[in-house]
Write a protein that binds this ligand. Structure first.
Ligand SMILES: [Zn+2]
Length: 443
């Protein structure tokens, strides 16, 4: 099961004693306050779950300030009920279902603070309504973790405030040796599927989790857990992790620099990411490999196949494999509808046979890694819908499946000293976790 700080120290105590090092104990303790710091960081990719927003707490917390308790002031008459937002719902429909008139709706939505929170409702959201004979007297809505909108009737309008309860972050850890699948081993080590996915995402640039995982591979993870009123509400970010795959070890440390840029770096400050995605389409299969002596399927004569073909359904999104500038967007002979992206001075990538270009994609526009640039089709000389993808280094074609991809931007030099200071302590704990895991496994 996931271990909180206290349990972590308790669990490790045995091993600390075995190792006989009180110095190590001091190091473990000394990293703990830093982990709390790491939580105040923005997210580094859209695909990662957003960490809780750390806005200033305008309302001081009280020991028992659950929104509902605050909301249940004796002067507001009526009965409380919980209305759950359904798919395709809005506040108007929800009010109708609870026999509240359009006038009541108007009184709520004409309040600016409330209108902002009700702009986007999500299925499953719960809105607490206190109703006294078809008249809304009070409303409470937790729109974000620990943040509630509270409205109480004051004659024909509502007094409104946002109540915030502070989130608390604790550090937890997990370690395992893989003997079946990554997911099963991670599960028995107490990691949620979400954290396991994130772990695979961090190391996914170096390790192919579909093909490379072997029995005996092992990992260690230090991560955050988010608590509200003493109860765990969800997992937070992975703070540091190591993964040993077929005898090769990788370590990743989460770091936020003073420009609020967050990324995972190896212990020497290299980004864990690469400057290029290996594959520009999800949900595809390779239908033709890079082969400079291939017989062309349409022309039926020897003609180099200078890229990789990914068979995918017509309309499948095609992603830019790296940041860059579009230098060609249009028809290009047998390539059909084609986009060419220049990435710095050394690299370029080509995407052919598109059915359509993505909106806003034109010559000269800048694109980000992973941005959709067009859709799979069969324009030009193609037997069926597929993406033909080429990777060039200084103008010469290379096999996109095997070319050594350059690293993404390393940590800027000016942050390196600060990074080392923070990461050293985390690396010590990762190593300690690994030792514990290996010692346990050999018992
Ligand atoms: Zn091709």
């Amino acid at each position: 099961m996931p271990k909180t700080i206290n349990m972590m120290v308790g669990k490790n105590l045995h091993w600390l004693l075995v190792l006989g090092g009180t110095a190590i104990l001091l190091i473990v303790i000394s990293i703990l306050p830093h982990d709390a710091e790491a939580t105040r960081t923005p997210d580094f990719t859209a695909s990662q779950p957003a960490p809780p927003k750390k806005t200033g707490l305008k309302i001081p917390s009280r020991p028992d300030n659950k929104a509902e308790q605050l909301a249940s002031t004796p002067e507001a008459p009526g009965q409380w009920k919980t209305a759950t937002v359904k798919s395709g719902d809005n506040l108007s429909l929800l009010f109708q279902r609870n026999n509240l008139s359009p006038q009541e709706l108007y009184k709520v939505t004409s309040n600016k603070i409330a209108a902002k929170q009700f702009k986007r409702l999500f299925p499953g959201d719960e809105i607490r309504l206190r109703i006294d004979v078809n008249k809304l007297t009070e409303l409470s809505y937790e729109f974000d973790l620990g943040k509630s909108l509270h409205m109480i009737r004051n004659e024909d309008s509502f007094d409104t405030k946002i109540i915030e309860r502070p989130l608390e972050y604790r550090t937890a850890q997990a370690t395992a040796t893989i003997n079946d699948s990554l997911f099963l081993s991670a599960q028995s080590a107490g990691l949620s599927d979400k954290l396991t996915m994130e772990l695979a995402g961090i190391f996914g640039w170096d390790i192919d989790f579909a093909l490379d995982i072997r029995q005996g591979d092992n990992f260690a993870v230090i991560y955050e857990e988010v608590f509200l009123d003493g109860e765990k509400v969800r997992d937070g970010n992975i703070v540091a992790a190591s993964f040993s795959n077929r005898g090769k070890s990788f370590q990743a440390i989460r770091y936020t620099d003073s420009n609020q840029h967050t990324d995972y770096y190896s212990s020497d400050g290299h980004s864990m990411r690469k400057a290029f995605l290996r594959t520009p389409v999800d949900f595809s299969r390779i239908s033709s490999r890079f082969n400079l002596k291939r017989k062309h399927p349409v022309l039926n004569r020897i003609r180099a196949h200078k890229g990789v073909d990914y068979a995918a359904k017509r309309g499948t999104p095609i992603k830019a494999t790296g940041d860059g500038k579009i230098v060609h967007r249009g028809k290009k002979g047998g390539y059909g509808n084609t986009v060419i992206i220049q990435h710095g001075s050394t690299y370029s990538t080509l995407y052919a046979h598109m059915s359509n270009y993505a909106r806003g994609i034109r010559s000269g526009s800048r694109v980000k890694q992973g941005q959709i640039i067009g859709y799979v089709g069969s324009s030009g000389l193609a037997t069926g819908p597929h993406l033909h993808y080429e990777f060039r280094v200084n103008g010469s074609v290379r096999n996109p499946l095997t070319v050594k991809l350059p690293d993404a931007q390393p940590l800027p030099k000016k942050f390196l000293a600060d990074f080392k200071q923070q990461s050293n302590q985390l690396i010590v704990s990762l190593n300690l976790l690994n030792q514990t895991n290996i010692a346990l496994a050999s018992n």
